[in-house]
Design a protein around this ligand. Structure first.
Ligand SMILES: Cc1ncc(C[n+]2csc(CCOP(=O)(O)OP(=O)(O)O)c2C)c(N)n1
Ligand SMILES: [Mg+2]
Length: 622
């Protein structure tokens, strides 16, 4: 079929399907795009000519489009994705941050940045970077380290192998992440006779690989020999739809579970084996059992420093790790016994091999008791009745109360991810969506849009700080345009409160973290009581973008506004001011943030001393 390369790509994408457990879906749910000279007449023309092939979504910012695609892919458990097309130059590089979000979180997105003329005829074109020493460099080379696969389509026929490689990586549960096909604008528009074979329907089967029997036998022996084993459930449990298998495994063996950010929701919050969040933002329940665990079974986790409390969480002298992971890269971490395989299939196999074994009753009861004690702490923080401004934890409590079990809470950066990790009562494996692999400010609203596009039947609650909102809230307009309803709760604490409290703990007094006017040459520090916050009106801002803007002056007003938002078909932004200094404490955990080794400031010197002492507890696990 004689098609332009762009037309062929769009036809190809529309014909890609995935199948897991006998259920088949189309892989691409559409294509986000912002047009410029680098794609308007290529991919833009192809989408215009055949709108039935791929739904076109118009973005506000290229970064926001990729966030939406990331949210979509995560909500679809990596079995669905969106493509993103941009012009060349700034439109393209605006996607680099989004690419990193996708790749760090191991979520599939297909990026199609336009690129400079392959022919080089009109060089330098508008927005072209000229490298005097390399004619084949363009700004799109920035995508290489943040993509799991990168190619540039120099020739029309080269589209075919590139598109097939792109699909191989996108659907590969171990490899997936951002896939970038840089697409020179002249090649997009050039025609070629594409064979029918390239354009036929293609179904990619998503396997559930099992670790080898010898590895399983070794793991079973380690589990049988352990007295205080602990599971750390990561995002892989959710993506593999392994939460039921995990619950059965825990009920059978009595092994309790701590959850990472991506793994939160692996067990419902009130399950007796659920210890909740683990690590820096963990509960005392999980962190106490982690400290004593003699065997740690990581399932689908990449062992970030937040999960391991910078390698201080696991203090038992002889602790060993067993890592169930579809990616051998992650399975090998912490010198663990690597069980390379799918989470669900591996859990089912382990359950069969351990059907006569369980932890002792005392340990089982200890976990259940800790679960109940932790929930009492959640209740306390949900109902602090702090004044005059409420505490953030009360806001989370109100949103948790207002939301249905299958609704989704979305967040990414600031103080809320940690508080949500600790306090959110998760009742459904897909109910908790905090992007904490890259913790990218500005993900919240755009990511929430992607979640809602993937799961229109669920209500989506986006929790966003004032800082994140100011960084990237423009996809609100896309939500309005698509009549996609989000309920956004904007927590206003006049700046970067999370970094403010981190700064105070490291001796630098919240410097540079408040939204204030400059006075006497300075923006001030936290110990200086000033009341000259910037005159930001987020209610007016949200309303001006077409959302319903509402101010809540108390928790009671917030509850009313949340109820009103349920009945409202449009996107609502509820703005609530909280007490910046009333944070949720940490629970028996530590995070390694490097402190200045020399400083004129006595508070920094004191922080450095404490830092050096705390670092003594860091372990290497090699
Ligand atoms: C894009 C990006 N820039 C910087 C950071 C570092 N950072 C983490 S939280 C934070 C402040 C966030 O402010 P806000 O959204 O108001 O949340 P709060 O800390 O007040 O809860 C910053 C600057 C980040 N995570 N992402
Ligand atoms: Mg803030």
């Amino acid at each position: 079929m004689r098609l332009t390369a762009a037309q062929a790509l769009v036809r190809f994408l529309a014909q890609q399907y995935v199948e897991r457990d006998g259920v088949e879906h189309r892989f691409f749910g559409g294509c986000f795009g912002i047009f410029g000279h680098g794609n308007v007449a290529g991919i833009g023309e192809a989408l215009y000519e055949s709108p039935e092939l791929l739904t076109y979504y118009q973005g506000r910012s290229e970064q926001g489009m990729v966030h939406a695609a990331v949210g979509y892919a995560r909500m679809r458990n990596r079995l669905g994705a969106l493509a993103c097309t941009t012009s060349i130059g700034p439109g393209a590089t605006n996607m680099v941050t989004g690419a990193a979000v996708a790749t760090v979180n191991r979520l599939p997105v297909l990026l199609l940045p336009g690129d400079v003329f392959a022919s080089r005829r009109p060089d330098p074109v508008l927005q072209q970077l000229e490298d005097p020493s390399a004619g084949d460099d363009s700004v799109n080379d920035c995508f290489r380290p943040v993509s799991r696969y990168f190619d540039r389509i120099w020739r029309t026929e080269q589209l075919m192998p590139a598109a097939l490689q792109a699909m191989r990586v996108l659907v590969n549960q171990a490899e997936t992440g951002a896939v970038t096909l840089a697409f020179p604008q002249d090649v997009q528009a050039e025609a070629y006779d594409y064979p029918d074979d390239f354009l036929r329907k293609r179904v990619w089967r998503i396997p559930r690989p099992l670790p080898d029997e010898a590895g399983l036998a070794e793991a079973v022996a380690l589990i049988r020999a352990s007295r205080r084993p602990l599971i750390v459930a990561g995002g892989g449990v959710i993506y593999s739809e392994a939460s039921d298998a995990l619950r059965r495994f825990c009920e059978q063996t009595g092994i309790p579970v701590g959850e990472t950010q991506a793994g939160k929701g692996s067990l419902p919050f009130d399950h007796p084996s659920a210890l909740g969040a683990i690590g820096v933002t963990g509960t005392f329940a999980a962190n106490r059992l982690a400290a004593e665990a003699d065997l740690v079974i990581g399932i689908g986790t990449r062992w970030s420093d937040f999960t391991t409390a910078s390698k201080t969480a696991f203090r038992n002298e002889g602790v060993r790790f067993v890592n169930v992971n579809v990616a051998d890269f992650d399975a090998a971490k912490h010198a663990g016994l690597a069980l390379v395989g799918d989470a669900r299939a591996t859990l089912e196999r382990l359950a069969a091999l351990l059907d006569d074994w369980s932890v002792d009753d005392g340990y089982r009861e200890e976990a259940a008791r800790l679960n109940a004690e932790w929930d009492a702490e959640v209740e306390r923080l949900y109902t602090l009745a702090h004044g005059p401004l409420p505490a953030q934890s009360e806001v989370l409590g109100a949103v948790n109360d207002a939301s249905a079990p299958t609704d989704v809470v979305v967040c990414a950066a600031g103080a809320m991810p940690g508080d949500l990790h600790k306090l959110w009562r998760t009742r459904d494996p897909k109910g908790y969506h905090v992007e904490y692999g890259y913790s990218c400010m500005g993900y919240e609203i755009a990511g929430g849009l992607g979640v809602k596009l993937a799961a229109p039947e669920r209500d989506v609650y986006v929790l966003v700080g004032d800082g994140s909102y100011l960084m990237l809230s423009s996809e609100l307009v896309t939500a309005v345009q698509e009549r996609v309803k989000l309920t956004v709760v904007l927590v206003d604490n006049h700046g970067y409160s999370s970094i403010g409290s981190l700064s105070r703990s490291l001796g630098t007094d919240g410097f540079g973290t408040q939204y204030r006017y400059r006075r006497d040459g300075s923006l001030g520090v936290d110990s200086e009581q000033r009341d000259d916050h910037l005159p930001l009106d987020f209610v007016a801002n949200a309303s001006s973008l077409g959302a319903v803007g509402v101010r809540a002056r108390s928790i009671a007003e917030l509850r009313e506004a949340l109820e009103a938002a349920k009945a409202e078909p449009r996107t609502t932004v509820i703005v609530v001011e909280v007490d910046r200094y009333e944070g949720v404490p940490g629970y028996e955990s530590w995070w390694d943030v490097a402190v200045a080794e020399v400083s004129d400031s006595p508070s920094v010197r004191a922080a450095r001393e404490a830092y050096e002492a705390a670092r003594q507890d860091e372990r290497s696990f090699v």
